[in-house]
Design a binder for this molecule. Structure first.
Ligand SMILES: [Zn+2]
Length: 346
């Protein structure tokens, strides 16, 4: 092979490599081209192998041309890489971009717990009659939970409340919302219209109808001339709002140490309408709350003069009210946080 032939081959290689670089579809093709042309076993090396057959004076000429070819091919590869790199980046951005128009994963909407919802409904009914919501502490002292409610130590009525005592002397988990009456009387002057919703605790063996924690709503009204007739009228309004405008109601005698007289407030059975069924223990009536005129001893403990003011109080279990409306057979369901159960109230 002579100088002219080698030179033509080198020029042909340059033309082919530069053309291929410009036409390469992607950077991977450029990498392959670089190895194929400029690599140790590439076309350029192969052509230069013929250099040994040339006369000594021709060899530098071929070397110079080979360097030009290498430089030209490297330049072409570099230029092609810049162009393709930008295009590939653009393509990646196009395919991997975050599509903000894609619909999101649906988030399950929560709802109020049926007990909380019922407590709020109860509060809304009494709010129409001017009752304002107050909250007392869940940890109470024996004095406020019992003694100031006319239940001194060793009083047999303490057996009505199986109490959870704390290790701290004199403190307990409130057994009812009634101590809130004392707290409100200490905070406010008559006329008082207070509603006290809250969680209560008792030392109970838990079964379908007994829970160791439950919700009560307590009501207290104190004013001059407050009477049983006011109490009956208010509770009738409440029963009609919750259980229907024509639901018959009645008072029965009851007993609480902190009210005198005390009553149980019944509505005609919502299951059998008075026909007598197992749900109403075949009486035709269902007790929905306890109430009465605030005992003068309790008013005095509240710093209120019983000669001038009278008051009435009532207290109800929120689970009981919720059950009468939703017919839930097992109280424990309310505390188990089972979404299948809770979702049924939405
Ligand atoms: Zn019944």
């Amino acid at each position: 092979m002579d100088l002219a032939q080698l030179t033509r081959n080198l020029e042909a290689l340059r033309a082919r490599a530069v053309g291929a670089a410009a036409a390469a579809p992607d950077t991977a093709a450029l990498d392959a081209l670089e190895v194929g042309v400029l690599g140790k076993k590439g076309d350029l090396t192969a052509i230069l192998r013929g250099i040994g057959a040339l006369p000594a004076e021709d060899r530098p000429k071929v070397g110079a041309i080979a360097n030009e070819v290498r430089t030209a091919v490297e330049a072409a590869l570099h230029e092609a890489r810049s162009g393709l790199g930008g295009a590939e980046l653009a393509a990646r951005l196009a395919t991997e971009a975050l599509d903000v128009t894609t619909p999101g994963r649906p988030i399950r909407r929560g709802s109020l717990h049926p007990i909380i919802e019922t407590a709020r409904e109860i509060a809304e009914v009494f709010a129409q009659f001017g009752f304002v919501v107050y909250e007392g502490p869940e940890i109470e002292d024996d004095r406020t939970n019992f003694q100031m409610l006319n239940i001194p130590p060793d009083h047999p009525a303490r057996d009505l409340w199986d109490t959870l005592y704390l290790d701290v002397e004199g403190l307990l988990l409130r057994t009812h919302t009634s101590p809130g009456q004392i707290r409100v009387m200490h905070e406010e002057r008559p006329p008082i219209r207070a509603l006290l919703p809250g969680r209560c605790f008792r030392y109970e063996a838990v079964d379908a109808s007994h829970a160791s924690e439950f919700f009560q709503v307590e009501g207290l009204m104190v004013d001059e001339g407050t009477s049983m007739a006011d109490l009956k009228g208010l509770l009738d309004q409440f029963a009609h709002a919750m259980f229907g405008a024509h639901r018959p109601t009645r008072f029965r005698p009851g007993y609480y140490p902190f009210t005198e007289p005390s009553v149980a407030f019944d509505i005609l059975c919502v299951i059998c309408d008075g026909e007598k069924c197992p749900a109403c223990s075949r009486t035709g009536w269902m007790t929905i709350l306890g109430a009465g005129m605030v005992h003068p001893v309790v008013l005095r403990y509240g710093g209120i003069d019983p000669e001038r003011y009278q008051g009435f109080a009532f207290g109800m279990g929120v689970e009981r009210i919720a059950n009468l409306r939703h017919q839930v057979a097992d109280l424990r369901l309310y505390m188990e946080d089972d979404l299948r159960f809770l979702g049924a109230f939405r």
